[in-house]
Design a protein around this ligand. Structure first.
Ligand code: CMC
Length: 378
């Protein structure tokens, strides 16, 4: 039998059967449980979308009310976890803090009975509820400020802003962030979702699985790109510099952050929606010079690389939106994570229902059957 050929990065190789979301990378389509994200981001809140991802259907008003109440209850962090996060080094990256915090959440939460649907539900809901509060808590800690506990009656986005500032969240800001969370909530078998499913496949709870996923999301080729896009726009600095900056990048064979995708070979539909969101918000709150630089950069990169299927991805416009909301650049990826935990948990649940341990093969290229050399002869 001939050995299978290596597919680098497992590109295009199915790792699971899933009914959580669907992408058509040529047409630029993304659906959660069959619903186009354009519809969901226009009409649904993040809580509705989290329910949809977890359970496959849009919630009824009654289901949503009970789910929202559950999330409010599970948002409240145990004192031991707050103390743990307060002890983190302030110089750490917020994604490192989040990865550790999710593992910590697992340490303080009741043990998950993987065979019991209610226990699994409670755990996935706790992850979705607590993640934004954990992100906000570390922001407070590193700013030397006191913890702001969640407030009742606020949705996920508004409560996150409340926990960050301890002030009544601005309505435009909360609505904008809610929409961004919807757009980031799920995205098929990307690197971090795959990581989540691999960790889950060893029969792990959602805390450990999502903590592993957050580690995978941190890197610049994945969620970490949104932070770098903003830094990149800052480095370009001026509209007149866009072309020269891009030529320099090309000569050095460096990638432009916020462009290209393993699956989309056209403009990422999330980028289109985030751009609409940015336009709407800038219309209300005033534009930013970086947005003009971004538009020019899109034009230049698309002209040069569009024929190779390289277009703006989700990370290209999200940072501009978050910056306008007054959020720190290195908290952009944790915001991606606090949205994406809904998708991770949906995949975790799917994995649990039909689990098979991930244990791929390899193509061995090393030496074999060597004669051992004792230390005095080396
Ligand atoms: N700028 C310039 N060239 C690029 C870019 C880019 N952003 N993306 C891909 N290419 C080129 C790459 O240099 C390579 O060229 P060559 O064949 O001459 O060596 C070719 O296109 C294929 O690139 P690849 O990296 O092997 O392809 P991939 O399918 O693994 O790419 C990607 C996907 C996202 C890793 C890549 O496009 C990239 O690194 N983009 C920049 C980082 C980024 O924006 N990441 C966010 C991804 S979307 C959100 C998320 O999933 O988190």
């Amino acid at each position: 039998m001939s050995s299978p050929e290596l597919v680098p990065g497992l590109a295009g190789i199915p790792a699971a059967e899933s009914s959580v979301s669907f992408i058509d990378g040529q047409a630029g389509v993304l659906e959660y449980r069959g619903y186009p994200i354009e519809e969901l981001s226009a009409h649904s809140t993040y809580e509705e979308v989290a329910w949809l991802l977890l359970y496959g259907e849009l919630p009824t008003a009654e289901e949503l009310k009970a789910f929202t109440a559950d999330l409010e209850r599970l948002r409240v962090l145990p004192e031991a976890l707050v103390s743990m996060v307060k002890a983190f080094p302030r110089t750490g990256h917020p994604m490192q803090a989040l990865q550790a915090s999710l593992a910590g959440l697992g340490m303080v939460a009741p043990k998950v009975d993987l065979k019991d649907a209610a226990s699994r539900d409670e755990a996935t809901r706790r992850v979705i509820a607590a993640t934004p509060v954990l992100v906000a808590l570390f922001e407070r800690v590193r700013a030397g400020k006191e913890y702001v506990a969640p407030r009742e009656g606020l949705g996920t986005a508004a409560n996150f802003l409340w926990c960050l500032d301890g002030e009544e969240p601005d309505e435009v800001a909360a609505k904008t962030l809610d929409c961004a969370l919807v757009l980031h909530a799920e995205h098929t078998m990307n690197a971090s979702t795959f990581a989540c499913r691999v960790v889950a496949s060893t029969e792990n709870d959602p805390y450990t699985s999502c903590s592993g996923a957050v580690g995978a999301l941190f890197g610049p080729l994945h969620g970490g790109a949104n932070e770098r896009v903003l830094n990149q726009l800052g480095t370009i600095g001026d509209l007149s510099n866009v072309e020269a900056w891009f030529e320099g990048k090309s000569e050095r064979k460096e990638k432009v952050m916020g462009f290209g995708h393993r699956v989309y070979k056209t403009k990422d539909p999330r980028a289109k929606n985030l751009q609409l969101l940015a336009n709407e918000m800038f219309g209300k709150l005033g534009s930013t010079p970086k947005y003009d630089i971004a538009l020019k950069l899109e034009q230049v990169v698309t002209e040069k690389l569009g024929s190779r299927g390289i277009y703006p991805n989700v990370d290209f416009f999200s940072g501009l939106v978050y910056e306008k909301l007054g959020l720190a650049t290195d908290v952009f990826t944790p915001i991606f994570a606090m949205a994406r935990v809904a998708g991770y948990c949906a995949h975790w649940s799917e994995q649990m229902l039909d689990n098979k341990l991930f244990r791929p093969g390899q193509i061995y290229k090393g030496k074999r059957q060597r004669a051992y050399v004792s230390i005095d002869k080396r």
